[in-house]
Design a protein around this ligand. Structure first.
Ligand code: SF4
Ligand code: SF4
Length: 134
């Protein structure tokens, strides 16, 4: 299985080598999409984790038992469709291709499985249709 996850590290554990343990002890592949880690401060990473389903669940249990919060990525950025005016401003700036303009309808769609939580669209959207839920 393959799953994009958001990992939030409390300050007390931010310097521990969690990715090393996920790879070595749980046979998981970790692709780091985004990381914001500072010594002695809360950290956040967006990662794509792939491996056997059992190993994946054991790895997530290991993280959670160590105080790391792990969420599927799609829970973090939301598109509020009712507010969207389909202006297309977000499509141009999204680096991951997660916001696309469909033709011939010319309507914008959010493909949350592609989102890497860069947050560029939050500032670019004039209608405040993109929300961070963290
Ligand atoms: S947070 Fe970044 S990657 Fe995700 S939809 Fe917005 S611009 Fe695209
Ligand atoms: S910038 Fe906002 S209003 Fe414009 S298409 Fe994107 S989500 Fe919709």
């Amino acid at each position: 299985m393959k799953q994009k996850m958001v990992l939030r590290f409390p300050a007390a554990v931010v310097e521990q080598p969690f990715t090393y343990h996920l790879i070595k002890d749980y046979n998981l592949m970790i692709n780091i999409l985004k990381a914001n880690i500072n010594p002695r401060m809360e950290g956040r990473m967006v990662v794509e984790i792939s491996g056997a389903e059992d190993d994946f669940h054991r790895g997530i249990e290991f993280l959670q038992s160590s105080g790391v919060k792990a969420f599927p990525l799609e829970q973090e950025i939301a598109w509020v469709e009712e507010r969207c005016t389909h202006c297309g401003a977000c499509v141009i700036i999204c680096p991951a291709g997660a916001l696309v303009l469909e033709r011939p309808s010319m309507e914008v769609k959010f493909l949350n499985e592609k989102c890497i939580i860069c947050e560029h669209c939050l500032k670019a959207c004039p209608a405040r249709a993109m929300e961070a839920r963290f």
